[in-house]
Design a protein. Structure first.
Length: 392
């Protein structure tokens, strides 16, 4: 017994250590945010943007939130900046995954919102992934392809190109705005071309536009060929606060979209229960289910004590009990004769049966008893006796 108790104690300690380590591992993963895609505002490593999200949230009078809902449900407009970081180069012209989402982005801008589109960057500290290396094979991106969702590039007039010949790592300011820095560190080789006249080039790298802005309806659109300046790495090494302030604009609400990165919130049954305050109803249903299972597994009536004596005859009811008594007390060959005898003793006077009918019943029984036992039919004989005694 002592050895068994020691084994159980060791197993319990090992289990606690295992689950504790597993919990700590998940805690570290969620704390660093590396389970989220690059450029996500929930990621805390160099390629994420959590530092920018938290810094903006600390600014007085500024509301900052993350969008995990579908873009067509976005109802914000004037005074709101929608930031889409980490947009893949081949998705810049249609950052939404469907026609409805891209249309929602244009409607958001037309209502007075400010849309910021920034192409995903390559980290200076982390190795680039295979997807970003594969994107370098694109020489240009087509405009208005019919097999793609609605192209913002077709409506707004821009094309993204991979400028392999660009070697300068500095982007120069093209506008006379002194609040913006004269130069910026720029690590991306993507550039913008075929811009409509409505666009205003803000920064260029070797005469190739990398940051531009234009008005659209009541709002505005900002395009950046790299989101490196918004990353945690850039904010730690060379923060460009004045440029970030210009990109955000005069908005009082900043929304970091996460749906284009593959993060979305689809409420399940538990979310709907919380939303509509149905916790009590759910608890009641669980309680009823538990009572039903309990009733099915546990007998509420006490079991029969069969050890009280050997004379107890078990049965399922009065009919079963009578059948057991008959089988034990009356031989099958004498069952018909016993029935007739009992009828004479109990029902002959009440039925007012004549002596002739009783005599006929006795003759029918005698004929049956004269047959060999294997040829007798007690059921048929009982029916004939019943017909004789009921006849008038």
């Amino acid at each position: 017994m002592k050895r068994r108790g020691s084994s159980l104690l060791i197993a319990a300690v090992v289990s606690l250590m295992f689950f504790g380590g597993l919990y700590r591992l998940f805690e570290l993963r969620f704390a660093s945010g590396d389970i989220y895609p690059p450029s996500s505002s929930r990621r805390a490593d160099p390629v994420g943007a959590r530092a920018l999200y938290q810094a903006l949230a600390l600014q007085p009078g500024l509301t900052v939130r993350q969008n995990l809902d579908r873009l067509p449900r976005l109802q914000d407009g004037p005074g709101t900046t929608l930031v889409l970081l980490g947009v893949a180069p081949n998705d810049v012209q249609h950052p939404g995954s469907s026609f409805q989402e891209n249309t929602a982005l244009l409607e958001f801008v037309q209502r007075g919102g400010r849309l910021v589109l920034a192409v995903e960057h390559e980290s200076l500290e982390l190795a680039t992934n295979a997807v970003r290396r594969a994107l370098r094979t694109f020489a240009s991106l087509p405009v208005g392809a019919t097999n793609q969702p609605r192209h913002l590039g077709s409506d707004l007039g821009y094309v993204l190109l991979y400028g392999a010949e660009i070697t300068n790592a500095i982007a120069e300011r093209l506008v006379p705005d002194k609040t913006l820095p004269a130069t910026l560190p720029w690590t991306s080789s993507w550039c913008l071309t075929n811009l409509d006249t409505g666009w205003r080039a803000v920064y260029a790298r070797d005469e190739k536009v990398v940051i531009t802005e234009r008005a659209w309806g009541a709002g505005s659109v900002v395009l950046l060929t790299s989101d490196y300046l918004f990353s945690n790495e850039a904010l730690r090494t060379a923060p460009q606060t004045s440029l970030i302030s210009w990109v955000i604009g005069p908005a009082r609400t900043v929304i970091f979209d996460e749906t284009h990165l593959g993060l979305s919130l689809e409420p399940g049954v538990a979310g709907l229960l919380i939303k509509y305050r149905l916790g009590g109803a759910a608890f009641g249903l669980l309680l009823l289910a538990g009572l039903h299972v309990w009733r099915s597994m546990v007998r509420f009536n006490p079991p029969l004590d069969t050890a009280a004596g050997d004379g107890v005859v078990q049965g399922r009811g009065s009919a079963a009990g009578l059948l057991n008594i008959l089988r034990r007390a009356v031989p099958p060959a004498d069952l018909t004769a016993v029935c007739l005898t009992e009828w004479r003793a109990t029902h002959a006077r009440r039925a007012q049966a004549t002596d002739r009918r009783v005599a006929d019943a006795q003759d029918c029984l005698n004929l049956e008893m004269e047959r060999p036992p294997k040829d007798r039919n007690p059921v048929d004989t009982y029916r004939r006796l019943a017909r004789i005694l009921r006849s008038r």
